[in-house]
Design a protein around this ligand. Structure first.
Ligand code: ZN
Length: 363
């Protein structure tokens, strides 16, 4: 499907923008990229013509990923909530007995030891990552991400991306609020199932998240089970990848909620995140998504290809918290393999001084 769209639309799989909402685009940073491309099929783009991504249509991203930084863990840490937030000491403020003070000292000692162990582990991980970067032909070693925030940031809908009466509906955003130099990698659709990608990302410890559309995934669910087993979170990208704003509520709900149910059955987990095909949605889309458990709708600020980047923002740059979209595609569909695409996007990310963090630690 992406291929067809790509031909129809110009490039990429997702047709930029077109939320059928009002007022989006144009204003604020949001509309920035210019909705440019019309959604495939030349349908009405919605008043806004808003958020397409930079001139090029679709994109979707990938994020989250294997191994969280630092602890090198692989397991899915989704929903873990506060991560390193230790609550210790300090509950009394009052007098303490000698014994208690001793315990405090002991605890402080343990804390220091833990910090030291963490630093050591980070160093070892970075050394392993440097070796992997060499093996996989990356020009630079990916930077280590900072520890996940103790509390996830409050995410609101990007200005210009709202639908009517948006309040209470899942937020739609392209960048996660953070001051840290981190970006998030998200991969969409699922047509290309390159085993090299799984190995490469695990060895490099680059987190990413996958937004899956059943019609391209169903011929090999096992591939995505293996991905999930490596710590990647799987999210919803509809059953058949339609241009949702053209569908009535009930059909949108069938597309989104059908995929929620299928993914829960197949992968044992109901996705919390949903990305509409082509980044196109209207109020019904968000209502339908909310009705079956979707909490947030991450779009993207930039899209990665094997040979270039496309940007939503005028400054054609990365910003803290930006979500990067790319696709599961092969050589037949674009100019390179999945590893080629990763080499390209990581060159940009690392040279600009960013680390890739795990989306689910922030959203
Ligand atoms: Zn897609």
């Amino acid at each position: 499907m992406c291929v067809l769209l790509a031909m129809a639309v110009g490039s990429g799989c997702a047709a930029g923008g077109g939320q059928a909402t009002g007022g989006a685009g144009a204003t604020g940073k949001a509309g920035a990229s210019g909705a440019a491309a019309a959604p495939a099929h030349g349908r009405e783009r919605g008043p806004s013509g808003a958020p397409g991504s930079s001139g090029s249509p679709g994109r979707e991203a990938r994020k989250g990923g294997p191994a969280g930084e630092g602890d090198g863990g692989t397991g899915t840490r989704e929903d873990k909530g506060e991560e390193g937030g230790g609550k210790d000491s300090a509950e009394d403020g009052g007098r303490r007995t000698k014994g208690e003070r001793g315990e405090d000292r002991e605890r402080a000692g343990e804390k220091a030891a833990a910090a030291e162990a963490h630093a050591k582990r980070t160093k070892e991980i970075q050394a392993a990552r440097a070796a992997a970067a060499k093996r996989w032909g990356l020009r630079r070693t990916p930077l280590p991400a900072p520890p996940p925030p103790g509390e996830k940031p409050r995410i609101t809908t990007r200005k210009g991306f709202e639908v009517d009466r948006h309040k209470g509906l899942p937020p739609v955003f392209t960048t996660v609020p953070t001051k840290q130099k981190v970006v998030f990698l998200t991969i969409d659709d699922g047509a290309e199932k390159d085993p090299e990608l799984l190995r490469m990302m695990s060895e490099l410890r680059i987190p990413y998240s996958a937004f899956l559309s059943d019609y391209v995934v169903r011929d090999d669910y096992g591939y995505f089970e293996r991905m999930q087993g490596r710590g990647v979170s799987l999210h919803n990208h509809t059953l058949t990848h339609p241009y949702l704003p053209a569908l009535p509520y009930a059909k949108q709900q069938a597309e989104i909620c059908g995929q929620q149910a299928g993914m829960e059955k197949r992968f044992g987990k109901r996705p919390r995140l949903f990305r509409p095909p082509y980044g196109s949605y209207n109020r019904d889309t968000l209502r339908a998504a909310a009705s079956c458990g979707v909490k947030a709708v991450p779009l993207w600020a930039a899209e990665a290809f094997p040979d270039h980047m496309e940007w939503r923002e005028w400054d054609r740059d990365l910003h803290p918290g930006d979500i990067i979209l790319t696709h599961f595609r092969g050589k037949g569909e674009w100019k390179g393999s999945m590893p080629d695409m990763i080499r390209q996007v990581m060159k940009v990310v690392t040279e600009k001084g960013y680390a890739v963090a795990r989306l689910e630690d922030y959203v």
